[in-house]
Write a protein that binds this ligand. Structure first.
Ligand SMILES: CC(C)(COP(=O)(O)OP(=O)(O)OC[C@H]1O[C@@H](n2cnc3c(N)ncnc32)[C@H](O)[C@@H]1OP(=O)(O)O)[C@@H](O)C(=O)NCCC(=O)NCCS
Length: 171
């Protein structure tokens, strides 16, 4: 059960969320255990990225608790090649204290619904092989493992494998 302080909202990202989104992304990146980058991009770069996502109406959601951004999920197109215009990549994260309360499930369900409504037919992602919670969540919403990328990540001298997973729209 969520405590009263964990009453949250999931909203499409808006300009006023950019700073909070960047801070949350940065915090999760700096944990080093989950993402493919170690810090958030500079603010201006982040701002342009988010404003473009809003303009293009690509699915990008934030989780808000007490006016603070505590998580995000986006589903953004890959290479803008004609043959892969139906493909998009999902990324998500929550600040540590908000994990394990069912928020991630609600968030990914909302983002996938928006992604399929937008017209994407194939949602892809890459996840570290040892990120068991994330993998369990992805499988539970229908993602299937498509590949193992051996030693794809190197952090402070340690290699990690990653998995590529994908979810295909029913029609
Ligand atoms: C991955 C993440 C987004 C999942 O969100 P969450 O709110 O913690 O997950 P939920 O509480 O909604 O749980 C959803 C499912 O995930 C799995 N899961 C989550 N936490 C788990 C845990 N501690 N132990 C086992 N399974 C867990 C379960 O399958 C769970 O299914 P259930 O609803 O039937 O119990 C979140 O843990 C997170 O931000 N992790 C760090 C960043 C990250 O890994 N991002 C993804 C990079 S690819």
């Amino acid at each position: 059960m969520l405590s009263a302080s964990m009453i949250y909202e999931i909203k499409p990202i808006a300009e006023e969320h950019i700073s909070g989104f960047r801070a949350t992304l940065d915090a999760v990146a700096r944990e080093r255990g989950f993402l493919s980058f170690m810090e958030a991009p500079p603010f201006e770069q982040m701002r342009s990225f988010v404003l473009n996502n809003i303009k293009e109406r690509w699915p990008q959601f934030v989780v808000i608790v007490d006016d603070q951004i505590v998580g995000w999920c986006d589903v953004l197109p890959n290479l803008r090649r004609t043959v892969s215009a139906h493909c998009a990549t999902l990324g998500m994260g929550l600040l540590p204290e908000y994990r394990g309360h069912g928020i991630g499930r609600k968030l990914i369900e909302r983002a996938l619904h928006a992604a399929f409504a937008f017209g994407f037919k194939r949602i892809e992602l890459t996840v570290r092989e040892v990120n068991f919670n994330a993998i369990a969540l992805y499988k539970s919403v229908g993602f299937e493992t498509e590949g193992l990328h051996r030693k794809a990540v190197l952090i402070e001298g340690d290699y990690e494998n990653t998995l590529s997973m994908a979810l295909i729209a029913e029609q």
